[in-house]
Write a protein that binds this ligand. Structure first.
Ligand code: NDP
Ligand code: MG
Length: 380
């Protein structure tokens, strides 16, 4: 029997992290074991996750650890953990731009990168994919839409694919009258109809910035032109993505909305194994699709605008959205201000290419400063 797959779980206390641990437990210790775990400030959660895996190396990136078993600290500690743990697969479930450098460290260590952290691809997709090619390793998407496309892409090959369709639930405000968007509260925006996820991505699902990030992620992962990536609203979140092949046929990937399915597949890739989650009975199921309304989801069009503008604008789109969502959550920006901040930041000058990781981080810092300025100009 082959040795179990050694897995590092970054962001182990989050939504993706906890579901990764469930998927690994379901696979069983003969198939996969945890060799490293990280959290940002939730030390208790980290130690609770480590209970089942006492030999795992532990990192806490955003607070000083009290327990001596947590040997890696700070953002550098997270990178060191990845470099040292000898994982075959690194599952990156870190939230936000902080996921980029650990992704890079994973690839440089020769590990396969099971990538939930979409910011990695949005900020530095070309650089990361080049690095993976150089190191002879692969980036396997965990984001459900991209995992679906990935499976179909592997099957048909890039040359046979005419377009990708990513589905979007439409978020919690899909049917809310547009005239009442001015009074949307943080509590309302952090409820998702179909998925249970971290706060940032849940708000991004309401605004569709999440789908905007995913369009950029798809362009970078699959090397496809932006105009060949479409988005359809699909309220049931069961068809995760579709691929149209050059003969005009559409192929869909269909399962219950359960992240443990794409997580398991990314860990065991290229093997496809029996899975305890996500099995859907289609009898009696309703599957509906419609075009997203531009006025309801201005952040979707802004993502295509960022793609047309270039790589620097994609970095800026992500950074501005992170700053704006944070401001919305802390009560200093209204819901409708999120798109206005991103639009204002994108109106600046951004480089068409970002040739190094330092350039990515410089564009990210500049966009955050511009976004903070824009937030100040908008009143609650
Ligand atoms: P959560 O907020 O639930 O979890 C985030 C995890 O990252 C936590 O373990 C957190 O630690 C850690 N973390 C937070 N900030 C930092 C930081 N600055 N440096 C290092 N670690 C940090 O997020 P999700 O699990 O929902 O999302 C994680 C990523 O996966 C995001 O990029 C998201 O877009 C993507 N994704 C998520 C999906 C989902 O279903 N949740 C679906 C598809 C993609 P602590 O608990 O200590 O704060
Ligand atoms: Mg997704």
């Amino acid at each position: 029997m082959p040795a179990p797959i050694r897995v590092a779980v970054l962001g182990a206390t989050g939504s993706i992290g906890t579901q990764t641990l469930e998927a690994i437990a379901a696979l069983g210790p003969d198939r996969a074991v945890v060799v490293a775990l990280s959290a940002h400030s939730d030390e208790e959660g980290l130690l609770a996750a480590a209970r089942a895996w006492p030999v795992a190396e532990l990192a806490l990136s955003g607070a000083s650890a009290r327990d001596p078993r947590v040997v890696h600290g700070g953002a550098e500690g997270l990178v060191r953990l990845v470099e040292r743990c000898g994982a075959d697969v690194v599952v990156n479930g870190v939230a936000g731009a902080a996921g980029l450098l650990p992704s890079l460290a994973a690839i440089r260590s020769g590990a396969r990168l099971a990538l939930a952290n979409k910011e990695t691809m949005v900020m530095a997709g070309s650089l990361v994919m080049d690095e993976a090619r150089r190191r002879g390793t692969r980036v396997i998407p965990v984001d459900s839409e991209h995992a679906a496309v990935f499976a179909l892409h592997e099957r048909f090959g890039a040359d046979s694919i005419e377009e990708l369709v990513l589905t979007a639930s439409g978020g919690v405000f899909r049917d809310r009258p547009l005239g009442s968007f001015g009074s949307i509260t943080v509590a309302e925006a952090t409820r998702h109809p179909n998925w249970s996820m971290g706060a940032k991505i849940t708000i991004d699902s309401a605004t569709m910035a999440n789908k905007g990030l995913e369009v950029i992620e798809a362009v970078r992962l699959f090397g496809i032109a932006p105009e060949r990536v479409k988005v359809l609203v699909h309220p049931q979140s069961r068809v995760h993505a579709l691929v149209r092949t050059t003969d005009g046929t559409l192929y869909a990937q269909v399962s219950e909305p359960d992240m443990r399915v794409p997580i398991q597949n990314a860990i065991t890739w290229p093997a496809l194994e029996p899975c305890a989650f996500g099995r859907l009975d289609l009898a009696g199921a309703r599957l509906e699709f419609s075009e997203p309304e531009a006025a309801r989801y201005p952040l979707l069009d802004l993502a295509y605008e960022a793609l047309r503008s270039g790589e620097g604008a994609c970095v800026a789109y992500n950074a501005a959205d992170e700053v704006a969502v944070e401001a919305f959550r802390s009560g200093t920006l209204p819901y409708l201000g999120i798109a206005r901040v991103v639009e204002a930041v994108l109106a600046g000058r951004w480089p068409a290419r970002v040739a190094t990781f330092d350039e990515v981080l410089a564009a990210d810092a500049a966009a955050r400063a511009a976004a903070r300025n824009a937030v100040k100009g908008i009143h609650v």
